[in-house]
Design a protein around this ligand. Structure first.
Ligand SMILES: [Fe+2]
Length: 184
């Protein structure tokens, strides 16, 4: 199986825009936190988070994302657990989220994007951000309107983690790697 460093090289080849890179790093950071909590393999979970939207910049259509990327990963020798989780994060793929890793990827994807948006409008970024204020923002339908609240709720439910706890976990994971996510 390719290493994390291999995955990072591949990711950089496919994804050039800062915003999409940061999104991938945010999802990766959240995956790492959960892997630690669940006693799973942190590197594998990091790679899954990092590469989940790998093809999105070049192939954003529903016909192609994430199928193009997953095909590349197969050719490069990435294991089925990673590929299935990536397929499963796109609900329209029809691929069920059966593993803990697949459920976690879906659960953290939209939420990480939302927390990034919250961080951007705060003077201190992610520093001192509480789950309570994230939840409050979730209720404000006009804020980061493109983020699916339904996916966030569904993700936490599938994972079996209370929403507030889930938000706290993702904040914590992102705070630990704040600099890489574009926060000072
Ligand atoms: Fe994503």
């Amino acid at each position: 199986m390719p290493s994390y460093d291999d995955a990072l090289v591949l990711f950089h080849e496919w994804t050039e825009t800062d915003s999409l890179r940061r999104h991938a790093y945010a999802v990766e950071a959240a995956m790492a936190t959960y892997a630690e909590q669940f006693g799973e393999d942190v590197e594998t979970w990091r790679i899954t988070g990092l590469l989940h939207d790998m093809d999105y910049e070049k192939h954003p259509s529903l016909d192609e994302h994430p199928f193009v990327g997953v095909k590349v990963l197969e050719e490069r020798g990435y294991p089925e657990t990673i590929r299935t989780a990536i397929l499963g994060h796109a609900s329209y793929s029809g691929v069920a989220r059966e593993t803990k890793m697949a459920k976690t990827l879906f659960a953290v994807d939209e939420l990480a994007g939302f927390i990034t948006a919250v961080g951007y409008v705060r003077p201190n970024g992610l520093e001192g951000l509480t789950p309570k204020s994230v939840k409050k923002k979730l209720k404000d339908k006009r804020f980061a309107a493109a983020v699916s609240r339904e996916d966030i709720h569904q993700g936490a439910e599938e994972l079996g983690v209370d929403l507030m706890e889930h938000i706290a976990n993702v904040i914590e994971g992102m705070q630990r790697e704040a600099k890489r996510l574009g926060f000072a």
